[in-house]
Design a protein around this ligand. Structure first.
Ligand code: F6P
Length: 320
């Protein structure tokens, strides 16, 4: 294999740069050229790319976001877009592709593999909803961002005797919310995987207030409920001042944690090794501390990664 390409796609996540750097440096050490596709699949379709050198990835390890830029690309969900993407890769003399991104992006990698371009997927999404990996790239940094924000909110909540409703991202997954809730000592976590009754939550909050505890943190996953409605109901039913904080895209940015820097490096090197070993059509993943390959078809047959039973049990004891 003489030339490979790498792209970052979908929602960015911290650690993508560390991963791009590892891919480029590992490939160069194996005497391969690396084409950096810009703006994800959109850039592939529009032929936006750069030839990567060791210099082009220096100084990026500690930066959040992605120097290759990213995009959500509707065209890649259709046959015509996938065909054009494959043709453009062949036109560039690319013999293998590494895709760093979330579920939709990895589906694109599978479609290109099926069109004869060996592609390896690297799971990168703060949602942690991809099967066959214990952690996706960027999750740990997002959790650190969340707990920093929530610890700050706890300070002001306790000073003013207020309840704070904090909305976390995660699409249809409650992983970020429930994990951060345990780590922050939140009073409640509302997640899509676990049915909740707002009346019961309000009753518990009321009895807390009667016992003299005058501030609370209620974490809400964006896929579970409308955080503004939860805040309004808590305010109406309890009568205490309530504020809402939507953490939004703040969660995705910032310098990657040590965990994400190392995970990005390990995933990147393993993905290049995978291409060299003829493992196109696979995803790398973190399983019980080791880096594994799983065929992308199996990843999608499994569906989205369910919430960990262990973290849910922990939350039932300590949070909910
Ligand atoms: O998939 C990552 C994610 O951050 C989700 O948690 C969130 O729902 C979505 O992307 C936001 O997408 P966008 O950046 O396109 O607004």
């Amino acid at each position: 294999m003489k030339r490979i390409a790498v792209l970052t796609s979908g929602g960015d996540s911290s650690g993508m740069n560390a991963c791009v750097r590892a891919v480029v440096r590992k490939a160069l050490s194996e005497n391969m050229d690396v084409v950096g596709i810009e703006k994800g699949y959109q850039g592939l379709i529009d032929r936006q790319y750069q030839i990567m050198t060791s210099r082009s990835v220096s100084g990026i390890l500690q930066r959040g976001g992605t120097v290759l830029h990213s995009a959500r690309c509707k065209a890649m969900m259709e046959e015509a877009g996938q065909k054009l993407a494959a043709e453009n890769l062949l036109g560039l003399g690319v013999e293998g592709l590494i895709v760093i991104g979330g579920e939709g992006s990895l589906k694109g990698a599978l479609s290109l593999s099926q069109r004869g371009i060996p592609a390896i997927g690297i799971p990168a999404s703060i949602d942690n909803d991809i099967a066959f990996t214990d952690m996706s790239l960027g999750v740990d940094t997002a959790l650190n961002n969340i707990i920093y924000a929530v610890d700050c909110l706890r300070d002001t909540a306790s000073s003013h005797s207020r309840a704070f409703v904090v909305e976390c991202m995660g699409r249809n997954s409650g992983y970020l919310t429930i994990t951060a809730a345990v780590a922050c000592g939140a009073e409640f976590a509302i997640i899509p995987e676990d049915p909740f009754r707002i009346d019961e939550i309000c009753e518990c909050l009321k009895s807390r207030y009667r016992e003299g505890r005058d501030n609370s943190l209620i974490m809400v996953a964006e896929g579970a409920a409308k955080a503004q409605e939860i805040a309004d109901q808590i305010k109406d039913q309890i009568g205490f001042e309530t504020r809402l904080m939507v953490l939004g895209h703040y969660q995705r940015g910032g310098s990657p944690s040590v965990f994400d820097r190392l995970l990005g490096a390990r995933f990147g090197v393993k993905a290049v090794d995978g291409l060299l070993q003829g493992k196109g059509g696979c995803m790398v993943g973190l399983t019980s501390g080791g880096i594994t390959y799983t065929p992308l078809e199996e990843v999608f047959q499994a569906g989205l990664r369910p919430i960990d039973a262990a973290i849910l049990r922990l939350a039932k004891t300590l949070v909910i």
